[in-house]
Design a protein around this ligand. Structure first.
Ligand SMILES: Cc1ncc(COP(=O)(O)O)c(C=O)c1O
Length: 366
């Protein structure tokens, strides 16, 4: 057991859920785009300043990513270009959508793939490219307009993996997928949503999330069951009710880390973390490839840390045979970044202790 754990997820209390659960008792509707799922979609759209009809809920972001690819109908068997620096779910989703992941490297500043540099990558790809999946790493803001322009210019399917980016995602026509997993900033236990300013997307998503049905019980297309149940939607509503407070808590915890790390040249937070955007994961990056050593020092002091994306999405037994280019930036990030304890009620004493151990370990050998 760690005295300071990496995370302590906290979803809305039973009291906060009660009104929504009672409404389920009354409606006796438990799934299939019931009133809570649909009203959650409307509230999520409103949260981003969008009209109704621009958000579709799904059972989780992994299925949401697969569906968001499928609705754009990339040619089956083509490559889906994605960063090696992502969670393995991005790759699973591409495979579920009938595509082959093609891992490329990320920019060392943004930790993301760059729309302006991707055309070269596509020309060099070992097979036809049908789709692109940019990822917002741990919620770091992305140049969404550049991807919108890329999509219009190339006609390729583009899906933004915004799993951790509930707070920082900027709406666009490009379908973007947010996770509502318990470990994410807005948690519903499991769940997710797809957002696009193109209102035709929602109907297409609903069909792919509901056995291919569209008004009749005739399957129009190959599909999943990826619907958000009314119980999950109830948690989503209660989480939205308390979002302002929850966001302030994430922001305060992030600011505490920023304060504790001030003046260090060796350890950095993600750009703007806790200032212009919040996340439920706190990533530190080190001037040296010292993540293993720092993780060990923290463990020795009873503090949990995590190499969140391991060696990268390309480095799993399930994904290592997929095509890729050499990924030196991803390799370096895997060795020089570490997630440290981060939860809403983490206090200054805990943060100072984490930072003290990190700084001492990061400075060894400098
Ligand atoms: C980058 C990324 N993509 C996809 C997912 C999958 O989300 P979900 O757990 O909702 O399926 C995650 C989850 O952590 C993620 O971090």
């Amino acid at each position: 057991m760690y005295s300071i754990p990496i995370m302590r997820p906290k979803l809305p209390s039973a009291d906060r859920l009660a009104p929504y659960l009672k409404s389920i008792d009354a409606s006796r509707l438990y799934s299939n785009f019931g009133p809570l799922a649909v009203s959650l979609e409307d509230r999520l759209a409103e949260n981003y300043g969008l009209d109704e009809g621009t958000v579709a809920t799904v059972a989780n972001a992994t299925l949401g990513l697969a569906i968001a690819l499928m609705v754009q109908q990339p040619p089956p068997g083509t490559l889906c270009v994605m960063p090696a620096w992502t969670f393995v779910a991005s790759a699973h989703a591409a495979v579920m959508a009938g595509l082959t992941p093609y891992f490329v490297d990320v920019d060392h500043e943004t930790w993301a793939i760059d729309a302006n540099k991707l055309l070269d990558e596509i020309t060099r790809a070992p097979a036809p490219v049908g789709a692109i999946m940019p990822v917002m790493p741990f919620g770091l803001p992305l140049d969404v307009a550049a991807w919108e322009a890329f999509r219009s210019r190339t006609g390729l399917a583009v899906v933004i993996d915004a799993a951790a980016a509930f707070d920082s995602l900027v709406p666009s026509a490009v379908p973007s997928v947010v996770s509502l997993h318990a470990t994410k900033p807005l948690g519903a236990g499991e769940g997710g949503f797809i957002m696009s300013t193109d209102a035709s997307i929602r109907q297409a998503v609903w069909m792919r999330a509901n056995f291919g049905f569209a008004g009749t019980r005739q399957a129009q297309t190959v599909a999943f069951n990826a619907k958000l149940s009314e119980y999950q939607a109830a948690v989503g509503h209660a989480a939205l009710d308390e979002w302002d407070q929850v966001r302030a808590e994430w922001s305060n915890a992030a600011k505490e880390y920023r304060h504790a790390l001030r003046g260090s040249n060796h350890v950095r937070l993600q750009q703007g973390f806790g200032e212009t955007w919040i996340s439920s994961t706190c990533l530190l990056s080190f001037a040296q490839p010292a993540a293993d050593r720092i993780e060990q020092s923290l463990a020795d002091c009873g503090i949990e840390a995590r190499r969140w994306w391991g060696a990268g999405a390309h480095a799993h037994p399930a994904t290592s045979s997929f095509p890729r280019v050499v990924v030196p930036v991803t390799d370096a990030l895997a060795r020089s970044t570490l997630a440290v304890p981060f939860y809403r009620e983490i206090n200054a004493t805990e943060i100072n202790r984490v930072v003290e151990v990190v700084l001492a370990a990061a400075e060894v050998g400098l």
